[in-house]
Design a protein around this ligand. Structure first.
Ligand code: GLA
Ligand code: ZN
Length: 673
């Protein structure tokens, strides 16, 4: 199979195009406007199942044939979707097994999308069948650069087919009921199971009293894994169907960044190329967007990914559909490229006239011409992408710092039942990520199975669940000279959410050289504090009360009955060091602390001196090293350039040893000498 980057010769530019929703007279105008905007790829056929298969026996590809021919004749590349993201109404009526049962236990009727039960025999038959037929029909179209399976897979189902499949999944995983009873700790509240048939799905009819509140974490955790696996199976069925016919075309499905329902680290292993949809909240900070890109790159094993969707301006589903200010679409597009994207794509190409996305922005707005601010900005970016050509294609982002992120840990923290309802794993990750981001230190996201040998620094915020063998991996990493940072509420449970007895932080105790005796949860309006390097910082959320066992205290609590107990510790272990931050603090602390750790222990050089609001990212390939400078500020910013470089967008050579000025929201791509 060819790599995605071998199939294209520049960063492809385009997005979701739904000509089937429009009269054919309009299509030619679309082609003309696409050319004007420098669009060279369209994602087709995302929601066409009902159109292609109007009934059980009938398939009708004629319209899609015409669309495929038209876009090919116009020199456009295609990301071809399998259209299984929403099933036809007739199918739901005729085969109700395809309809999901929701968390409250209600059988859904036809409607919405993402609506198929992942264990429905009907869905598992018809979806891959259609994918295979599409592959056979369009295999000769050289302009197809990727398969797009379904659309934003997600959600959960609690139907009887899923329940039966869950029992099989459990049998496969645990073998015996004894083992199952052990890992779920069913002796608690007399839940012992004597027959597999007694096991039911955990929802509002059974173990839950709220979506995030369950009486049995073990059952809920396994359901999360099972549901993610079930949906992954559906992806894989379609994957196999298209691969059997077109083995050379890379296959993807559009992910959603920090999406809690699916274990993307597992999914990434089955995708030829990762793609994702970037829809930041109206008030999202640049670091938060960068973090999601880095997570998605990590899910794809560090390889470049595709930016499958972003909005040209507003997203209709936000409470307040704020416009993307001039320059922001361009800035965020380049930010995606800086973090590893090899495409810039939008939802959607032409703004629809009816249903819930009629107020979602598009390349071509309701006015129907190219004479809009948004279109002009899109066309200008199209020119820049053309100019950059293939320079950055396939380039990697090299990081010496890694953040550990794990979906099982996330699920366990969401459903843990104590010690605080305010703990949000993603926020904890962001605390540390943002500090590294502000320091202009590149970060990779690693999962449990990823190799650590290339890293100097491993940060694992709230490593609550330490999976079998992961402590050993950390032990080796630190013993061989790595620097490890973890926080409060770590090392508490194993992969079944069973507490590791013998003192917190369980399997990490020896590495960290501490014993956590108690954990204090602080309400939002309360805080403690600690002094680190002469400055006072807040201690919030959770405060671990700990004793050192070989570690050295770098800071101690200042208030309450545990004043004087360590709040930050470091333990020399083998050739490396292991840090423990016993409470949540604030951005100033994380900045200072990680700056010290990166400089003094890791020897990691920032890509650029800290300049507030200016992001620096480096991509490298065999053609060169490209420094992206992104000015998120609304004001001019100045950046000191040490070495000479070529500005890839203006073509101009910039001599080193001088300051350059970046306009508000401006971007520079500088090819290093
Ligand atoms: C998602 C979907 C698209 C569209 C956009 C709107 O990302 O994949 O089909 O609904 O949201 O923002
Ligand atoms: Zn189901």
């Amino acid at each position: 199979m060819k790599k995605y980057s071998d199939k294209v010769n520049k960063i492809v530019y385009g997005g979701d195009y739904n000509p089937e929703q429009w009269p054919e007279e309009i299509w030619a105008e679309d082609m003309r406007l696409f050319k004007q905007a420098g669009i060279d790829i369209v994602t087709l056929n995302v929601f066409s199942w009902a159109a292609i298969q109007p009934s059980e026996e009938v398939y009708d590809f004629e319209k899609l044939d015409r669309i495929m021919d038209m876009v090919r004749d116009n020199g456009l590349k295609v990301c071809l979707a399998t259209s299984t993201g929403a099933h036809p109404a007739w199918m739901a009526r005729r085969h109700p097994d395809i309809l999901r049962v929701d968390f409250e236990g209600r059988k859904r009727k036809f409607g919405d999308r993402h609506n198929s039960c992942p264990n429905s025999p009907t869905y598992r038959t018809y979806a891959p069948k259609l994918a295979g037929m599409l592959a056979k029909r369009y295999r000769g179209y050289e302009n197809i650069v990727a398969w797009h399976i379904s659309n934003e897979f997600g959600g959960e189902c609690y139907c009887e087919n899923c329940e039966r499949a869950f029992r099989l999944w459990l049998k496969e995983k645990y073998g015996t009921l004894e083992e199952l009873n052990r890992v779920w700790n069913t002796a608690f509240w007399g839940h012992t199971f004597y027959d597999w048939e007694e096991i039911v799905l955990p929802n509002m009819l059974s173990e839950h009293f709220r979506y995030d509140r369950t009486t049995f974490q073990g059952i809920t955790l396994d359901y999360k894994r099972f549901n993610s696996d079930s949906i992954l199976d559906c992806f894989r069925l379609e994957y196999d169907a298209v691969k059997a016919v077109t083995p050379e075309i890379p296959v993807t499905t559009n992910l959603m960044g920090f999406y809690p329902v699916l274990d993307y680290q597992k999914w990434g292993k089955y995708m030829d190329v990762v793609s994702w949809d970037n829809y930041p909240a109206v008030d999202a900070k640049p670091a938060e967007i960068a973090m999601a890109h880095d997570l998605m790159r990590g899910v794809g094993g560090g390889r470049p990914f595709l930016l499958m969707e972003q909005s040209p301006s507003v997203s209709n589903w936000h409470d307040y559909c704020a416009l993307k200010r001039p320059g922001v679409m361009r800035l965020w597009s380049w930010q995606a490229v800086a973090h590893g994207a090899d495409s810039v794509m939008f939802f959607q190409m032409r703004r629809s006239i009816g249903a819930c996305e009629k107020y979602h922005s598009a390349v071509i707005d309701h006015v129907g011409t190219g004479d809009t601010r948004v279109f002009r900005e899109i066309a200008a970016l199209g020119k820049e992408l053309e100019k950059l050509g293939d320079a950055t294609l396939g380039a990697s982002v090299e990081a010496r710092a890694a953040i550990y992120f794990d979906w099982d840990n996330w699920w366990a923290l969401i459903h843990t039942a104590g010690p605080t309802t305010d703990l949000d794993y993603k926020e904890q990750i962001l605390d540390y990520y943002r500090a590294l981001y502000d320091l202009n230190i590149p970060v990779d996201f690693v999962g449990t199975e990823d190799d650590l040998s290339g890293y100097r620094l491993l940060v694992a915020p709230v490593l609550y669940m330490v999976k079998e063998g992961y402590d050993e991996k950390i032990r080796r990493f630190v013993a061989e000279g790595g620097i490890f940072v973890t926080t409060f509420f770590s090392g508490i449970v194993d992969e079944h959410d069973l507490v590791v007895t013998g003192g917190y932080p369980g399997r990490l105790r020896g590495i960290l050289g501490i014993w956590v005796e108690e954990i204090d949860a602080l309400p939002r309006d309360k805080e403690n504090s600690f002094i680190y390097n002469g400055s006072r910082y807040p201690a919030r959320l959770l405060c671990d009360l700990l004793h050192t066992e070989g570690a050295e205290a770098l800071a101690s609590y200042q208030e309450d009955f545990y004043a004087g107990m360590p709040a930050v510790t470091v333990h020399t272990f083998g050739k490396g060091k292991a840090y423990y931050v016993a409470a949540r603090s604030d951005a100033e602390f994380y900045n200072q602390f990680l700056q010290d750790v990166c400089k003094d222990d890791c020897g990691i050089q920032p890509l650029l001196e800290q300049t507030r609001g200016v992001e620096a990212v480096l991509r490298k390939n065999e053609k060169g090293s490209y420094l992206f400078l992104l000015n998120h500020n609304d004001a001019f910013s100045r950046v000191w350039l040490e070495d000479g470089c070529t500005d890839m967008l203006s073509g101009e050579y910039i001599h080193g040893g001088r300051e350059i000025k970046l306009a508000p929201k401006d971007v520079r791509i500088l090819k290093k000498e």
